[in-house]
Design a protein around this ligand. Structure first.
Ligand code: SF4
Length: 320
């Protein structure tokens, strides 16, 4: 089993996903490669701002890595394989082929988490339709709000993307989840939420999720809206609350707990409480405090790790 930081480049986890259960992740594009730079992005500001679809890693390489990974984990440990970028996965040129190959070598469903930027393109919709579940974000109601919230490249426009969503629903018989992220001062008012809800009616997603920026965002001014408006939004959008969904247990192939935590925070920020949850799954109660203190000490001494206070919580993440 590989055990160094540079070991598995593409496959990661298993991480608990609030919507998908225990998820084995595949990230087929390099970190922060995206055609959006959302104000709430938990990965920070986009550094590789691009519209060009590329084969960042060839499909064979990814499939070989996945096969090796599947050999060292128990298939009962994960519910789904999720293609989720450290950026936007539809920028991966062989996405359709990759999904088909993943489905050939194992039986669990495949999900793709996308910003939906390229949905106007029939080729992208065709590739996504090989998946079982597609999760798309939709938190604006016109061009102006779209630019403010998601800061897309000029080549992506609100109406074409929206029409692409409607077409995709007609073409795709799998599950579509829509996520509406609420940010204070942008879309956290009844008028904006009602406009978003009216547009969503034409998309017919299976489930709408309301989310708030619970992890440290790209822009410091981004704040979680008041609880009252989040409750109202849930009503207007007929949605589930994402921040209330249980996260489940973190699983890692790494036997060294600090390495396992570094693996997770390389993908997304982790709260101190999440580290405790992670340890509960694999250490006896008497060992937890000692191992926890050891991990925190190691994280604080690691120059690549950044400690961030956000709201009342402390997070750890790998510096961009
Ligand atoms: S949240 Fe997703 S779509 Fe937005 S900038 Fe981050 S990676 Fe890109």
């Amino acid at each position: 089993m590989k055990e160094s930081n540079s070991d598995y480049k593409i496959v990661f986890g298993i991480v608990p996903s609030r919507r998908l259960g225990q998820s084995l992740g595949i990230s087929p594009i390099p970190k922060k490669t995206c055609n959006f730079s959302c104000v709430y992005c938990q990965l920070g500001r986009t550094t590789e701002y691009t519209r060009k679809r590329q084969i960042y890693y060839n499909v064979e390489y990814i499939i070989n890595e996945l096969k090796e990974y599947l050999n060292i984990i128990d298939s009962s440990q994960y519910d789904i394989i999720t293609i989720v970028g450290d950026g936007e996965p539809t920028l991966y040129l062989s996405l359709g082929d990759l999904i088909k190959r993943i489905k050939k070598i194992q039986d669990k469903p495949v999900a793709v988490i996308s910003n939906g930027s390229l949905m106007a393109d029939p080729q992208i919709r065709k590739e996504l339709s090989f998946a079982d579940v597609v999760l798309l974000n939709f938190d604006s109601w016109d061009e102006q709000s779209f630019r403010k919230m998601n800061r897309p490249l000029n080549s992506v426009d609100f109406i074409s993307r929206y029409k692409g969503y409607i077409e995709f629903r007609k073409e795709f018989s799998g599950i579509i989840y829509l996520e509406v992220m609420l940010v204070r001062g942008i879309n956290d008012n009844v008028e904006s939420i009602t406009k978003i809800a009216d547009l969503i009616k034409n998309i017919h997603p299976n489930v709408v999720f309301v989310n708030v920026p619970v992890r440290p965002p790209a822009e410091q001014w981004v704040k979680i809206p008041d609880e009252k408006i989040v409750i109202k939004a849930r009503e207007i959008l007929d949605a589930q609350r994402m921040d209330y969904l249980p996260t489940g247990d973190f699983t890692s192939i790494k036997s060294n707990p600090t390495k396992a935590v570094l693996d997770i925070i390389g993908r997304h920020p982790m709260r101190e409480e999440d580290i405790v949850t992670f340890l509960k799954g694999r250490k006896s109660i008497s060992e937890i405090e000692e191992v926890y203190n050891e991990i925190i000490k190691n994280l604080k001494q690691n120059p690549k790790v950044q400690e961030i206070a956000y709201g009342t919580t402390r997070f750890f993440r790998i510096k961009s």
